[in-house]
Design a protein around this ligand. Sequence first.
Ligand code: 4FV
Length: 255
Amino acid sequence: MRVDIVTLFPSMFQGPFEESIIKRAREKGILSIYIHNLRQFTHNKHRTVDDVPFGGGGGMVMKPEPLFEAVEKIKEKVGAVRVILLSPQGVPFDQGKAKELAKVKNLIFVCGRYEGVDERVREHLVDEEISIGDYVLTGGELAAMVVVDVVARMLPGVLGCEKSAKEDSFYEGLLDYPHYTRPMEFRGWKVPEVLLSGNHQEIRRWRRKKMLEVTLKKRPDLLERAKLDQEDKKLLSEIKGLFDAGKDKENRGKI
Ligand code: 4FV
């Protein structure tokens, strides 16, 4: 996969893409990342990339010309590419969107600043908009980093043998099961026996049950969308039974 990022702050990308998994993915040639300074695509003395909003109001708006020139220059070099604008108006980013983007060969990310980009950029230059959350960032750079990080993990060969993305939280729309490592007992807190049993059938069942339990407790909204098989539904009814019993006991306690 090739990723091109258009930004006013190229140096922001120094840290995140030069460590650990992303660094190795670049070294293995699975992922190549190119950072472009938007000012390179201006031609006046002040290298202007923004201007006052028509119709008045505070803040500045990013001009269309530098952004169009930047993206079109990259397209000349890269060919077929999907252009993504990071903005609060975008489609909420999630693992499903990441899985979809991981299948795309070339991506260009446009990082907004100030009040945002001129609307003609959104209408005529961008293929899709993505939002990483319902809050306002100072710029699209952090959002681009988040999206590239999540998508990179989904690329075949990026996650070594230690883990496959298939085991991820959210891969099947559920939260992850609890993880334990040595010591077996820490400050009197023990690791669940089943994980020490070597009985992989039992361990798989326990982990599945925990994924359902944790998701029911922390993100019941995800359960509606999750793909659950018969065994899951059976486990879930057991869990709900326990939950309700627990609630009743709790309520009885209150009386
Ligand atoms: C954002 C988000 C975001 C809006 C104005 C940058 C800022 C400024 N991007 N998900 N939430 N962008 O807040 O992606 O230009």
